[in-house]
Ligand binder design. Structure first.
Ligand code: DAT
Ligand code: MG
Length: 139
């Protein structure tokens, strides 16, 4: 059975462009409940740890530099079938390929600066949520 939690970040490009409110509204309108949330800036070390799975990819250095370049908003979201439904809401990694009306189609700049993160599995949603939030910060 699919889990009911996913993890998201509003990335530095969308924070800088003033899209936090619009993105949170889309998340709420799609039926997700925010059960943890914080605004913070990742160090390059922490961004590198978060994206360690992509260490061998050619864009890893660029990704780590971008994700530590400015503040992000991290959140845990709850809804039935959360991981899959949130990936549908955000759209494809490359905004040029993202379906119309998805968060990335609306707000991403390009494949690297793509407005939001969404977990790709229930297992990673749990790992990523725990990376950012202690038990006291989760509701
Ligand atoms: P997603 O964020 O849709 O899960 P991913 O896990 O494949 O995509 O990659 C993680 C992030 O790495 C992605 O959000 C942006 C960056 N990235 C992916 N492919 C890229 C590329 N071809 N060039 C530059 N950055 C890329
Ligand atoms: Mg991914």
């Amino acid at each position: 059975m699919a889990g009911n939690k996913t993890f998201t970040m509003i990335k530095p490009d969308a924070v800088e462009s003033g899209h936090i409110g619009a993105i949170l509204a889309k998340i709420n309108e799609a039926g997700f409940r925010i059960t943890a949330m914080k605004m913070m800036q990742l160090s390059a070390k922490k961004a590198g740890e978060f994206y360690a799975v992509h260490k061998e990819r050619p864009f890893y250095g660029e990704l780590v530099a971008f994700m530590s370049s400015g503040p992000i908003v991290a959140a845990i979201l709850e809804k039935d079938n959360a991981v899959e439904d949130f990936r549908t809401l955000i759209g494809a990694t490359d905004p040029a390929k993202a379906a119309p009306g998805t968060i990335r189609a609306l707000y991403a700049r390009n494949v690297g600066e793509n407005a939001v993160h969404g977990s790709d599995s229930d297992e990673n949603a749990a790992i990523e949520g725990a990376f950012f939030f202690s038990g006291l910060e989760r509701f």
